[in-house]
Design a protein around this ligand. Structure first.
Ligand code: MG
Ligand code: MG
Length: 282
């Protein structure tokens, strides 16, 4: 079977269900962001997201993912040099100047939404702020290309051009991915690639696009807990992610709040501005 044929095409009803999952996911991320204050632990940040999940009676596809230990939380909390897959911990106290990525998944009626942000804890350095801005902007560069007739390589290449063009690095080991009934579906969408290559996008394809940006190196290492992935040189890292459907009307971001705003934005992206930019096209 060709790679292309493994890609599931979602119906309008399925997309609406995924949008409902995405709204809850956005609310969980927003609650998590509000908990990212000096003195809080990464356990507290995860607990804020889980409280939202409990309120809606939904689960997270993250919990129980097989590994050295089954993943024990509904979110990944990854601080500073940790790029992805940090396990929330009562021992990890956030301090002023840290940056933290929160990655959250939500399963509603069998459909998954997947999204992540990175923000500062209190006041952060200019270098950290620039990293967060470049990472978030690179995500929107990718989203702009989630259009019928474009290719996954266009999405990948746009992210790469934006981040590398500003002197940053992207991991080659972890990628964006199709999402739907499972958290990881075909196709894989790396954060590097060649425009015009890859899978041709058509309406009903849903992809979690997730640039993972590093300041000093593209190399990563898995830490001793077997989960956390860190920059090999311990420099700062950031991660932004949305779940996006390709539709005949353009990209539909499924992981926004019900009012259309992103749950978190360091660049001040609003729902209105995002709609305008996506309507404008390239
Ligand atoms: Mg994610
Ligand atoms: Mg993902």
């Amino acid at each position: 079977m060709s790679w292309d044929r493994q890609i599931s095409i979602k119906s309008k009803d399925e997309l609406n269900l995924m949008r409902d999952a995405g709204i809850i996911n956005a609310e969980a991320l927003k609650a998590a962001a509000e908990a990212c204050v000096p003195g809080a632990t990464t356990y507290d940040v995860n607990a804020a997201a889980e409280e939202v999940h409990h309120r809606y009676g939904v689960t997270s596809p993250f919990r129980g993912v097989p590994g050295p230990i089954p993943f024990p939380a509904n979110t990944c909390t990854s601080v500073n040099h940790i790029l992805v897959h940090g396990i929330p911990s009562k021992k990890h106290v956030l301090k002023e100047g840290d940056i933290i990525s929160v990655d959250c998944g939500t399963t509603l009626k069998g459909y998954v939404a997947d999204s992540a942000f990175t923000i500062g804890v209190g006041k952060i350095s200019d270098a950290a702020r620039k990293l967060l801005e470049v990472t978030e902007n690179s995500l929107y560069e990718g989203i702009q290309r989630m259009r019928v007739g474009y290719h996954t390589g266009d999405v990948s290449a746009a992210i790469q051009a934006y981040a590398e063009g500003r002197g940053y690095f992207l991991t080659k080991q972890y990628t964006g991915h199709g999402v739907g009934r499972k958290m990881w579906e075909a196709p894989q969408v790396p954060n590097y690639g060649i425009a015009g290559q890859g899978v041709r996008l058509k309406a009903g394809i849903v992809i979690a696009i997730e640039p993972m940006v590093l300041i000093g190196t593209e190399k990563t290492k898995v830490l001793s807990d077997g989960w956390a992935v860190a920059a090999a040189d311990n420099s700062l890292t950031a991660h932004y992610e949305h779940t996006i459907a390709v539709t005949e009307d353009g990209p539909r971001v499924l992981t926004l709040l019900s009012d259309g705003n992103p749950p978190v934005s360091v660049i001040g992206m609003s729902g209105d501005r995002l709609s305008q930019e996506l309507a404008k096209g390239l």
